[in-house]
Design a protein around this ligand. Structure first.
Ligand code: CO
Ligand code: CO
Length: 332
């Protein structure tokens, strides 16, 4: 579901009137934040989806890394996770065992524990987790707070949607997506810690709405605009080629353009690069708005350590209405 459709559906739910709830279901936040006592909050999130790769253990790992990502986007520490499983009975239980083992191992790599779960029967398998973590208020990062002048850092390459679709269609082979799978399995824990140790104004993770869609959500939350320098955005090997081959899954691009949330710079941008900017990501990277004076230092630390493909991919600008402009490259 696109961001606009989701917003309209959620609009029917009244705003909660509880002072301890620091987040809102209406603000596009990555996870809920509920204050316990003076300075510690509970952070909760949930995510699940059908298999994106054939190997069940790998799928379990990816689903868990993806579910944990919203906790890291808020610079929180995950503590407990609960499995959410939909599974067809005619598929052997050893497949489900592998999925759950992949999830378990990833949850433990994150330093959290698997505390329970729920399983239902369903024709199409789905797996994911609900995750609970905690954060000190002074450490909390949110999707709100981007400021004009901030630079935008992305920690993982874009293209998981294009490449997994291409794999299913037989247009690429397993070796082509090795790096994609490794990236989807990688926790955002260390990149989040590096970013948070610099001056992060706002942070979120890139998932189903694609880079442009999630960046728009950040701009809407901050009342700002942004320019993406599309040529600076790291892409997986062959992702651009797959965009040109028509591998793009259904995206939020059309909705973003018709509602003038996103526009392409008058200078023009390769249309397939634009396609990549909307590619829905599974277990995508973190997107952070950081003060320009610390951006290079944060980037150097990411690249030398937990996020070798990290890049500065754009800038935050003043705006009368929130908007994202996709430009080809950085000017001046
Ligand atoms: Co998120
Ligand atoms: Co999420």
């Amino acid at each position: 579901m696109g961001p606009g459709d989701l917003e309209r559906v959620l609009a029917r739910l009244p705003e909660e009137d509880t002072p301890a709830l620091l987040s809102s279901i209406h603000n596009g936040e990555d996870a809920s934040v509920y204050l316990l006592g003076e300075d510690t909050a509970i952070v909760q999130t949930v995510d699940f989806f059908p298999p994106v790769v054939d190997d069940p253990y790998t799928f379990g790992q990816i689903a868990a890394a993806n579910a944990l990502s919203d906790i890291y986007a808020m610079n929180a520490t995950p503590l407990t996770a609960m499995n959410i499983v939909a599974f067809p009975c005619e598929t052997g239980t050893e497949v489900l065992e592998e999925v759950l083992l992949g999830g378990y191992d990833k949850v433990h790599e994150a330093g959290a524990v698997l505390a329970g779960g729920h399983t239902i029967e369903d024709e199409e398998p789905k797996y994911g987790l609900a995750v609970m973590g905690t954060v000190k208020l002074r450490d909390l990062t949110t999707i709100r707070g981007a400021r004009p002048g901030d630079l935008l850092i992305l920690t993982k390459p874009i293209g998981t949607g294009l490449m997994t679709t291409a794999l299913k269609g037989g247009f690429v082979s397993e070796p082509d997506i090795e790096a994609v799978v490794a990236s989807m399995c990688a926790l955002n824990a260390k990149p989040a810690a590096v970013l948070a140790s610099h001056q992060v104004s706002a942070m979120t993770d890139v998932t189903g709405f694609g880079l442009a869609g999630h960046l728009y959500e950040m701009m809407k939350a901050g009342g700002t605009a942004a320019r993406i320098w599309a040529a600076e955005v790291p892409l997986f090997n062959r992702a651009l080629e797959m965009a040109a081959s028509g591998m793009a899954p259904r995206t939020s691009a059309e909705e973003c353009f018709t509602q003038r949330k996103v526009e392409v710079d008058t200078g023009g941008v390769d249309q397939f690069l634009v396609t990549c900017m909307f590619d829905p990501q599974t277990s995508g990277g973190l997107l952070a708005a950081v003060k320009p004076e610390v951006a290079e230092a944060a980037l150097a630390e990411l690249r030398a350590g937990p996020a070798p493909d990290a890049a500065i991919i754009g800038e935050v600008l003043q705006a009368e209405v929130p908007k994202v402009t996709i430009a080809h490259e950085r000017k001046g």
